[in-house]
Design a protein around this ligand. Structure first.
Ligand SMILES: Cc1cc2nc3c(=O)[nH]c(=O)nc-3n(C[C@H](O)[C@H](O)[C@H](O)COP(=O)(O)OP(=O)(O)OC[C@H]3O[C@@H](n4cnc5c(N)ncnc54)[C@H](O)[C@@H]3O)c2cc1C
Length: 158
């Protein structure tokens, strides 16, 4: 029997990468059913296939931090909402400051992180070493630890 493809839909999304499927996610979550996602090859075969899957909320601009922080809230909920495991590992991230200038930048960013609402802990070199014991700390001024960062498998997420 010949396959019948839809010729129209209320919502049409072009592409089957992680951004495209996340655009589809909310309308479907809240009840939309007439949604068509068009992918010219296979889902995740674009940039998504190459991604390391690092999830870091720290950004130079506050609006980008807010977007990343919202993504983390979605990742936290996704397993429960979809009954599929997105391989979300919330292991935290360390940003190191090997100079006083970099340390100053991290201290300034801490205020933005607090405004967005995610935790960013300022650590001494010794405290950073306890989190990542393979690190050399001779030239370290300090480090910032973001406990709610981590990595997610881009394929499973899509
Ligand atoms: C090496 C590398 C490492 C990365 N590491 C990270 C990371 O650690 N953390 C992070 O957050 N981001 C990372 N990124 C960025 C991340 O991969 C991209 O931001 C993300 O995958 C973009 O998703 P997308 O859906 O916009 O695009 P894509 O994944 O490229 O999806 C677009 C899709 O559209 C399809 N398409 C295109 N044109 C058409 C058409 N005309 N009709 C139908 N389908 C079409 C393509 O086939 C493709 O599948 C990395 C990227 C690279 C390359």
């Amino acid at each position: 029997m010949a396959q019948v493809f839809p010729t129209s839909a209320q919502i049409v999304i072009i592409g089957g990468g992680v951004i495209d499927t996340s655009i589809a996610y909310n309308p479907v979550k809240y009840g939309a059913r007439d949604l068509l996602l068009l992918e010219k090859t296979l889902p995740t075969e674009g940039a998504t296939w190459h991604a390391a899957g690092l999830v870091g909320q720290f950004r130079s601009q506050q609006n980008l931090m807010e977007m990343m922080s919202d993504s983390v809230k979605v990742f936290d909920q996704l397993g429960q909402d979809t009954a599929q495991n997105p391989s979300w590992n919330k292991v935290g991230s360390l940003r190191i400051a090997p100079s006083n200038e970099r340390w100053g930048e991290l201290l300034k960013s801490q205020a933005s992180a607090q405004a967005v609402g995610f935790e960013m802990d300022m650590l001494t070199p010794q405290e950073a070493l306890e989190i990542y014991p393979l690190m050399k700390i001779d030239d370290l001024v300090g480090a910032a630890f973001i406990p709610a960062d981590g990595h997610i498998d881009p394929n499973s997420l899509t």
